[in-house]
Design a protein around this ligand. Structure first.
Ligand SMILES: [Zn+2]
Length: 219
């Protein structure tokens, strides 16, 4: 009899949880923010190739896919996250920005890894468009927030938030806050080794996802 009671209680609990998650899901959905994450390069364009052979296109895609996976596990997630590519394919830069505009995204993140002829160069660099679009200030603010979080939590060296005339930034800054993240240098042995470990990429993804939930630049 006791077992039956436990079973009954569990069924009631499960039904309640299912109903609750459905209700919360619907309430949250109305206010969901849309995020576009753009894993740089792809296909024949490997991007930077690491001192240990790893490729930028794979590092950034793995991080982006892990962000999607982790977001689906969040019980009350309020972010709709899309990628500009889900596979090892090359998408043109203008198609990446067109897709983001069509989705009416709230935020655009382009993911990259750096490379330098100087093997000692290291650290994270965040880029914002150098053209003064409608979301220029939002982009700078968001760039600083993300940079600070990565530097604090992962211990990457900070190279600051910089301005550049990158196409994906130039074509988006008038529509939504956009930043391009250069995670670290694949030409640096320490950083290339770091990005070769799957567990580190997962940690990176989790940190970025948590930051996406905290960002104050949505409005
Ligand atoms: Zn790149």
């Amino acid at each position: 009899m006791k077992d039956w009671n436990t079973f009954y209680r569990n069924v009631v609990l499960l039904v309640f949880l299912a109903l609750a998650s459905n209700l919360f899901g619907q309430t949250e959905k109305a206010g969901k923010k849309i995020i576009v994450i753009d894993p740089g390069h792809g296909g024949i364009d490997s991007g930077a190739v690491g001192i240990n052979g790893i490729k930028e296109k794979d590092v950034v895609l793995n991080i982006a896919l892990e962000i999607i996976r982790l977001n689906e596990l969040k019980p009350y997630n309020n972010l709709d996250i899309y990628l500009t590519r889900y596979k090892d394919t090359l998408i043109s830069l203008s198609d990446r920005t067109k897709l983001s505009k069509a989705l009416h995204t709230d935020i655009f993140f382009s993911l990259h890894c750096n490379h330098s002829d100087n093997p000692k160069a290291r650290g994270i660099e965040v880029f914002v468009s150098n053209s003064i679009g409608k979301y220029f200030k939002h982009s700078i603010l968001m760039g600083h927030e993300i940079e600070k979080a990565l530097v604090h939590n992962i211990g990457l060296e900070s190279r600051g938030v910089k301005f550049a005339n990158f196409q994906v930034l130039r074509e988006t800054v008038d529509y939504f806050p956009s930043v391009l993240l250069e995670f670290g240098f694949l030409s640096n042995m320490d950083e290339a080794s770091y990005f070769s470990v799957d567990k580190n990429l997962k940690g990176f993804a989790l940190l970025l996802l948590n930051e996406l939930y905290k960002i104050k630049s949505y409005e």
